[in-house]
Write a protein that binds this ligand. Structure first.
Ligand code: FE2
Length: 183
């Protein structure tokens, strides 16, 4: 029985190729790269996202759960951001792929430095601004980042995670302070 599959008619052209990619059984990093290519292809088609996945909140960015695969092997969500809304600095439980459907998403990546003579701290590394059609892929470890809507307009991005988001609530493994104050 399908326990977490929502109305997916409009998103089937994305979900079916992602399912095929995940079932290849590649490494997490390679799976993320192949899924990123599928998401890129889907975004290039310019299909409008159903209105129910476009709702924003004035309080924080919103995650709309679109699909969870029956075996929990991947999930698809839409993240909707008003200007200035952002995530905390975090990493992930599994590989993840993100693509901008509209607006502009800014990603700051970090590296965790654990020099025994100093307090563990995060060092900013790559920084990228993603526009509609841009896709990025991450796989733990080394996947610490912070994402924000850096534009003055509504931003919507599609994210695909190698995990059951209905069960977990989100893909976040850990939220970081900087300097890092928790083990
Ligand atoms: Fe993330």
């Amino acid at each position: 029985m399908s326990t977490h599959t929502f109305e997916v008619t409009e998103l089937t052209p994305l979900i079916a190729p992602v399912r095929a990619a995940v079932r290849r059984g590649l490494s997490p990093a390679d799976t993320a790269d192949v899924v990123a290519a599928r998401l890129s292809g889907y975004l290039t088609e310019g299909r409008p996202l159903p209105e129910r996945y476009r709702r924003a909140s004035p309080d924080h960015y919103v995650q709309h759960l679109i699909h969870v695969e029956d075996d929990g092997s991947f999930s698809v969500v839409a993240l909707v951001w008003l200007p200035g809304q952002c995530t905390p600095i975090h990493d992930h439980r599994a590989w993840c792929v993100a693509g901008v459907a509209e607006g502009q998403e800014h990603e700051q990546r970090y590296e965790l430095r654990t020099d025994p003579l100093a307090t563990p701290h995060l060092v900013p590394t790559a920084e990228v601004t993603n526009h509609p059609g841009d896709v990025s892929a991450l796989a733990p470890p080394g996947d610490i980042h912070r994402v924000a809507n850096s534009s003055d307009a509504l931003t919507i991005s599609l994210h695909i995670y190698g995990a059951d988001i209905a069960a977990l609530g989100s893909s976040v493994r850990r939220v970081y302070d900087n300097p890092v104050t928790r083990a």
